[in-house]
Design a protein around this ligand. Structure first.
Ligand code: NAP
Length: 242
């Protein structure tokens, strides 16, 4: 049966790969974008009867609410939410300021809150739903010069575990995917030397592809994952094996 899927930050990188995979699987897909319009519109044009590209800044509840309203009007209730939209910041802690803190947390943490707030009530009513939140390995172990990013991604893990406990009785699963280093625009600034050094710490000896993450998200959204909730699933080539 066709599901209704909302993927945030689906104009580029990991989110785009996830949205494309759901489109190819025949689902009704809401492809959210913020500043990068064209790839999202193009994907929607490729699946004209089953997808919708919608601009919304996830940090703004009014815009998220409007997007969810549009999704429900077009396809009905949302079955699967993928909270993927995120921003990174590489900066020594002493240079970080209040504005950067607010910006990072408003997208990476409040964005997840906003989308869940707008979609969970109808999931509870229907006693079904799957929420998949994209965190990061840095949310588990922290990264130097990425204190704010690491903290925001740690918050997503705590948010997911707590929500999983609260929504379990309503038959809603909440899981967290924790990518390692994935080849996207987010890592454009890593120098070749640093990349080679980092790869030596990855047992699979390569960075991840967006399709590596998308495959796991598709699984967590499937019936095969009906009894999986509150989990933090690494997609990191073994980077975080302890
Ligand atoms: P990316 O290539 O930089 O893409 C980020 C996506 O998020 C874009 O589609 C962007 O949309 C969207 N976005 C940013 N701010 C938004 C907002 N306010 N409202 C709606 N959408 C917004 O990043 P990525 O590497 O694919 O990362 C995707 C997720 O994976 C993020 O949560 C990131 O933290 C996480 N992650 C990435 C890696 C990695 O190595 N790449 C590792 C661990 C975790 P627009 O361009 O349309 O604004």
């Amino acid at each position: 049966m066709k599901r209704v899927v909302l993927v945030t930050g689906a104009s580029r990188g990991i989110g785009y790969a996830i949205a494309r995979r759901f489109c190819e699987a025949g689902d009704n897909v809401v492809i959210n974008f913020n500043k990068t319009r064209e790839p999202a519109l193009e994907l929607a044009r490729a699946f004209p009867n089953s997808s919708l590209a919608v601009r919304a800044d996830v940090s703004r509840f009014d815009q998220v609410k409007a997007m969810v309203g549009l999704a429900q009007k077009s396809f009905g209730s949302i079955d699967v939410v993928v909270n993927n939209a995120g921003i990174a910041l590489w900066q020594p802690f002493t240079e970080a300021d209040e504005a950067k803190f607010d910006e990072l947390f408003s997208v990476n943490v409040k964005g997840v809150f906003n989308v869940c707030k707008a979609t969970v009530p109808q999931m509870i009513k229907r006693k079904t739903g799957k929420i998949i939140n994209i965190s990061s390995v840095w949310g588990l172990v922290g990264a130097s010069c990425e204190v704010l990013y690491s903290a925001s991604k740690a918050a997503v893990i705590g948010f997911s575990k707590a929500l999983a406990k609260e929504l379990g009785p309503s038959n809603i699963t909440v899981n967290c995917v924790v990518p390692g280093i994935i080849e996207t625009d987010m890592n454009n600034d890593i120098t070749r030397e640093a990349a080679n050094e980092l790869k030596q710490s990855v047992p699979l000896a390569r960075f991840g592809k967006t399709s590596d993450v998308a495959g796991v998200v598709l699984f967590l959204a499937s019936a095969g994952a009906n009894y999986i909730t509150g989990q933090v699933l690494g997609v990191d080539g073994g980077f975080m094996i302890t």
